[in-house]
Design a protein around this ligand. Structure first.
Ligand code: NAD
Ligand code: WQD
Length: 338
């Protein structure tokens, strides 16, 4: 079975390509390399013994997407990762985000609706819940007014898929990721943020290797046990495996709803200080950090109720925060010592 993975050279996409190939899927990757590099193909090959087919395409180019579907007629399954994902940048340049994240999605769905049957998996985000009222967050918690254009593209994306699935042959699964972290345990692939990392874990590992002086902890006056904000950090390898299971579910579908939504998290909340302590434990290094005011737009806490993913999808996160931090640290050291 041939499957298209858009954004397949990015952080989550590359780990998913590995798991798909391990399960015997034939993978075609589409990526425009705007936030990744072709070297990732070699990393995937080192782990799985095989490179996926790679097409360098910018999914904003409608003609190129149409030509892709003509060339790869047998592609009826798509896992759609490709998107711009920096929250702050989306506030500065909303149209870049609306164009990239929305037009790509529309062109892909247009390509798929020509098929007799098609499966679509969408990278959504826990950001759609905003600051949810109840923890842990279930999938039926209300979607709240988006806090950024980036977050809005995920909400609009979900709506586009819901509307389209109703009237086409496309069945879809929306996966709402909590906070993906870590790297493949081989350290052949991992996260490679451009410039100064905005996310906690890459900032920590870059501080660990001496690339950054110290970590700023954004806020220690939150109403949480230690005062720092709480998130659900999920190992990227666990996350990647969920995509394979979701794809298999769509392919074996027997009277499934046209669109299903699942939270992907561990179900456990960890504070910023707990993440720092986990890093210190697995690396044996003391992390320099200072307390700073809250970051604008941040929420207090978010962690997933994973019952639906566990019981309906049949997937459960297996790796711990320590394992995630150890893999992120191994990857960071390898990248910097090249
Ligand atoms: P990433 O930036 O590492 O990967 C995205 C890939 O898509 C990159 O390789 C990039 O080059 C490619 N891409 C972007 N625009 C493209 C275009 N127009 N045409 C072709 N390729 C294009 O990001 P990631 O962390 O792997 O995230 C993957 C998906 O998961 C995104 O949709 C993101 O919004 C979503 N998500 C990520 C997180 C997170 O914290 N990493 C959390 C929730 C949801
Ligand atoms: C985690 C915690 C920070 C950096 C973002 C997006 C969200 C989703 C995942 C895609 C927070 C604190 C961080 C630092 C810190 N992406 N922190 N010092 O904010 O939960 O979510 O990524 O969908 O949409 O908003 O993740 O890793 O940025 O922050 O103290 O230098 O770490 O304040 O409490 P976040 P994050």
């Amino acid at each position: 079975m041939k499957v298209l993975v858009t954004g397949g050279l990015g952080f989550i996409g590359s780990h998913t390509v590995v798991e798909l190939q391990n399960e015997g899927f034939e993978v075609v990757v589409v990526d425009d390399l705007s936030n990744s590099s072709e070297d990732v193909l070699k990393g995937i090959e080192k782990i799985t013994g095989k490179q996926p087919v790679f097409e360098k395409i910018d999914l904003r180019e409608k003609k190129d997407v149409q030509n892709f579907f003509k060339k790869h007629e047998d592609v009826t399954g798509v896992i759609h990762f490709a998107a711009s994902k920096a929250v702050g940048e989306s506030v500065e340049n909303p149209l870049l985000y609306y164009e990239n994240n929305i037009s790509s999605l529309v062109y892909l769905l247009q390509g798929l609706q020509q098929k007799t049957e098609a499966s679509f998996i969408f990278s959504s985000s826990c950001t759609v819940y905003g600051q949810a009222e109840k923890m842990p967050i279930t999938e039926d918690a209300p979607v709240q007014a988006a806090m950024s254009p980036y977050g809005n593209t995920k909400q609009i994306g979900e709506e586009i898929i819901n509307d389209t699935a109703k009237v086409t042959n496309i069945s879809a699964i929306l996966l709402r990721y909590f906070n993906p972290v870590g790297a493949h345990p081989s350290a052949e692939i991992g996260e490679l943020p451009l410039g100064v990392p905005q996310n906690l874990v890459p900032f920590i590992t870059q501080t660990g290797v001496g690339l950054r002086q110290e970590l700023s902890v954004f806020g220690n006056d939150y109403p949480t046990p230690d005062g720092t904000a709480v998130r659900d950090y999920i190992h990227v390898v666990d996350l990647a495996k969920a995509h394979v299971i979701a794809l298999q579910r769509l392919l074996n579908k027997k009277n499934l709803a046209k669109v299903e939504t699942f939270n992907l998290g561990t179900g456990k909340g960890s504070s910023v200080l707990e993440v720092i302590h986990s890093f210190e434990k697995v690396s044996g290094k003391k992390l320099p950090y200072k307390m700073m005011p809250r970051r604008e737009g941040d929420i207090t806490e978010a962690y997933a109720n994973t019952d639906k993913a566990n019981n309906v999808l049949g997937w459960k996160a297996e790796l711990s925060l320590d394992e995630a931090m150890a893999s992120a640290w191994k990857w960071e050291q390898k990248v910097r010592n090249k």
